[in-house]
Structure formats: structure tokens, C-alpha cells
Design a binder for this molecule. Structure first.
Ligand code: HEC
Ligand code: HEC
Length: 329
């Protein structure tokens, strides 16, 4: 009898824990450099990072020599472009907003629809894509062979293979993993410097984790669950559904990390929301009532002051990075 009773107690308490278990969020925090999974299990050499940086800024990577990765991922514009949608080297619109590339070292899915799973895999996409840099990889390796700096750098870093598409990707990804934001007012605040955030930002942080429910999707040190959600933007882009079937994937996009989000306007996969205030207002109404809207999206009943506080908190996630442009060889 006694055994049965404790069995039921255990069963009932497990049942009560279940909803919290499936909604378990990672706490917000400072990103842990130790947790970065490097392809070689250790941080890349400074030499490799520099090569990746030069490649990132080199317009030779595009067919018409007029576009580098940094044209669209401009470090002065939050590694985006400041416009709704990108234009490729041939002048045609890419159709989606350029995402920022902050703290992607911890990321596990890439592109708005998550169609790449490593930075190395991602990097070759835009080079070859006709709508973007339109540069066949076989042609690119030939083009780089003609440049003494690249000849020497690849020979030094990759003595066996030299300049190959894979090695170009390895170098670019190594540079991208160094784009790290981990010293914002928010980081200083949670490490004990209580004057680092304004009272409005502190209230905003409490709303972010509480009434406004942002943490349901933007959790952990990088403010993303790496999941895909339809938050009711309501254009006709199928998003994740082109990669994976399922009703919940229709119009679903990757949850972007929010570090430096103040610098990365305009927002969303289609660049349709221009300011952080309008982003919060979008959530406040529970998104647009579209088919496939994520059940986590609910009207929030935030007051104007609470909207202001949330924007102040998002602003406290800012650490402008100074990226010195390398000399193009
Ligand atoms: C023509 C503008 C343009 C150029 C040039 C460009 N990108 Fe992008 N980039 C985009 C757009 C737009 C997306 C989102 C596309 C999508 O999700 O379908 C993107 C996505 C990415 C992502 C994924 C970010 C994330 O959060 O998932 C990374 C990383 C990236 N680009 C790196 C690069 C690198 C490296 C280069 C140069 C080899 C490059 N990009 C060149 C516009 C551009
Ligand atoms: C149901 C999951 C979910 C919730 C809850 C949620 N977000 Fe998002 N957030 C996303 C997804 C997914 C996107 C990208 C959507 C798209 O482009 O279609 C996004 C985009 C954003 C962006 C734009 C980032 C960029 O780089 O374009 C900001 C800012 C943002 N969310 C802030 C918030 C805030 C503040 C809250 C709370 C009021 C919140 N989010 C609640 C999933 C969520």
C-alpha cells in the first residue's frame, strides 16, 4: 500500500513537471567560448583567420568582381545591408533580407530556412548562387591562383591541397567564428555590474523572460533556440517548408540571435519591419493571424511603457565591433 502510494506521488509529480520540461528554456547568459565546436577541436590559427577575412572582403569572389561577402554582410551595418532585400552581382534581388552573422560560432543551422548545417557548408552557397555572386567554384580557384598572396597563404596553410573550394570555405568559416559579441551592457549586468543597464532595460529584461514571453524562442546566451517558427509575418515565402515537410514548417523561419539586433535593421526574413519598436508591436498583437501561426504566438497586452522597456533591453544587447578592413591583394 505504502509502495503504491509513493509510486502515485512520483507519477503525479512527473506529470506536473511535464509541461515545464517540454518548454524548458536555456537561461540567458554570457556566451561561453569553451563551448564553441571547432572543426579541428581547437581555435584556428591567426593566419587562417586572416586568410578568411581577406576572402570575405575580396570582390574577386563574384563573377563581375563587384561584390564581396562584406557588400551584403557589411560590418558597418550590423553585418547586414540596411535594406529590405539583397541584390546579387548581376543586379537581381535575392528575395530575402541579409541576416547578421554575429555569434554564429555557436549556431547549428544556417540560412533563414536552415538549409545548411555548418558555416563551411554555408559559405560556398552564395559564391555559386546565380542570384548572388554567380561565381563557379572551379573558375574561382583559378582566379585566386593568379594572386601571389593567395598562392602563398594556401600553400602555407594547406600544403597538400592548396587552393580548393573546401579550403576557401574552411578559411571563411574560421574568420566568421571570430565575430563574437559577448561584452554588452547586458553581459556586464549579469556578471554583477548592476549599473551597466538602465532601469528601463532591467524592466525590459524581466518582461523578456516573463510577460512578453520572448524567451520561449530567444533563449540561451545567444538568444536563439535554433528552432523554426511561423511568427505571422504573412508573405508568401514558404520558409522551412521547402526543406522539411509538415504543417508547422509553413512560413516558419529560423529564430535569429538577438545580440547587436539594434544594429541590424530592417528585421525579419523579408526585411518588412523597420524598427525594434515595430517588432515589439508585432509581437504585442500576437503576430498577423496567418495559417500555420505558431501556437506560442499570443497577444501580450503590453502597455506603451512596457514596449519602451523591451526596446531598451534589446538595445542593451549592443556591442559595436570594429572590424578593420584588410588590404585586398
Ligand atoms: C547578395 C548579397 C549576399 C552576398 C554577396 C553574400 N550573402 Fe550571405 N546571405 C545573404 C542573404 C540574403 C542570406 C539569407 C538567405 C536565405 O536564408 O535564404 C545570407 C545568409 C548568410 C549566412 C547565414 C546566416 C544565418 O544566420 O543563418 C551566412 C553565414 C552568410 N550569408 C555568409 C556569407 C558569406 C561567407 C558570403 C561570401 C562568400 C556571403 N554570405 C555573401 C546575402 C548575401
Ligand atoms: C514563437 C517563437 C518566438 C517568440 C515567442 C518571439 N520570437 Fe522573435 N523571432 C522568432 C523568429 C522565428 C524570428 C524570424 C521570423 C521571420 O523572419 O519570419 C524572430 C525575429 C525577431 C527579431 C528580428 C531579428 C532579425 O535579425 O531580423 C527580433 C528583434 C525579435 N524576434 C525579438 C523578439 C522579442 C522582443 C520577442 C518577445 C516580445 C520575441 N522576439 C518573441 C521567434 C520568436
Amino acid at each position: 500500500m505504502k509502495i503504491q502510494y509513493s509510486f502515485w506521488c512520483l507519477f503525479v509529480s512527473l506529470l506536473m513537471m511535464f509541461p515545464t520540461m517540454i518548454l524548458a528554456q536555456e537561461p540567458l547568459g554570457v556566451p561561453d567560448l569553451e563551448e564553441i565546436e571547432y572543426p579541428d577541436d581547437e581555435p584556428p590559427s591567426a593566419d587562417l583567420v586572416h586568410l578568411g577575412k581577406v576572402l570575405f572582403f575580396d570582390p574577386r569572389l563574384s563573377l563581375k568582381d563587384n561584390q564581396s561577402c562584406a557588400t551584403c554582410h557589411n560590418p558597418d551595418l550590423g553585418f547586414g545591408e540596411g535594406v529590405k532585400a539583397a541584390f546579387g552581382t548581376m543586379g537581381a534581388a535575392v528575395g530575402r533580407n541579409t541576416p547578421h552573422i554575429y555569434n554564429l560560432a555557436w549556431n547549428v543551422t544556417f540560412f533563414w530556412d536552415g538549409r545548411a548545417s555548418t558555416l563551411e557548408e554555408q559559405a560556398l552557397g552564395p559564391i555559386e548562387a546565380e542570384g548572388e555572386m554567380n561565381m563557379p567554384l572551379s573558375k574561382l580557384t583559378g582566379k585566386l591562383e593568379e594572386v601571389t598572396y593567395y598562392q602563398r597563404a594556401f600553400a602555407r596553410l594547406f600544403p597538400d591541397e592548396g587552393i580548393t573550394a573546401e579550403n576557401i570555405a574552411i578559411a571563411i568559416a574560421a574568420f566568421e567564428r571570430t565575430i563574437i559579441v559577448d561584452d554588452t551592457p547586458f553581459d556586464r549586468y549579469i556578471q554583477g555590474d548592476f549599473s551597466a543597464m538602465s532601469p528601463a532595460a532591467i524592466r525590459g529584461m524581466e518582461l523578456f523572460e516573463g510577460k512578453a514571453r520572448c524567451i520561449l524562442c530567444h533563449d540561451g546566451p545567444n538568444f536563439t533556440n535554433n528552432g523554426f517558427h511561423n511568427i505571422g509575418i504573412g508573405d508568401d515565402d514558404p520558409g522551412r517548408a521547402t526543406i522539411q515537410e509538415g504543417a508547422s514548417n509553413q512560413g516558419a523561419f529560423k529564430t535569429p540571435g538577438l545580440r547587436n539586433t539594434l544594429l541590424t535593421a530592417p528585421y525579419m526574413h523579408d526585411g518588412s519591419i523597420g524598427s525594434l519598436e515595430d517588432v515589439v508591436k508585432h509581437y504585442n498583437k500576437g503576430g498577423n493571424q496567418v495559417e500555420g501561426l505558431d501556437p506560442l504566438m499570443k497577444p501580450l497586452n503590453l502597455t506603451d511603457e512596457e514596449i519602451y522597456d523591451l526596446v531598451a533591453f534589446l538595445g542593451a544587447l549592443t556591442q559595436p565591433l570594429r572590424v578593420e578592413r584588410p588590404q585586398i591583394p
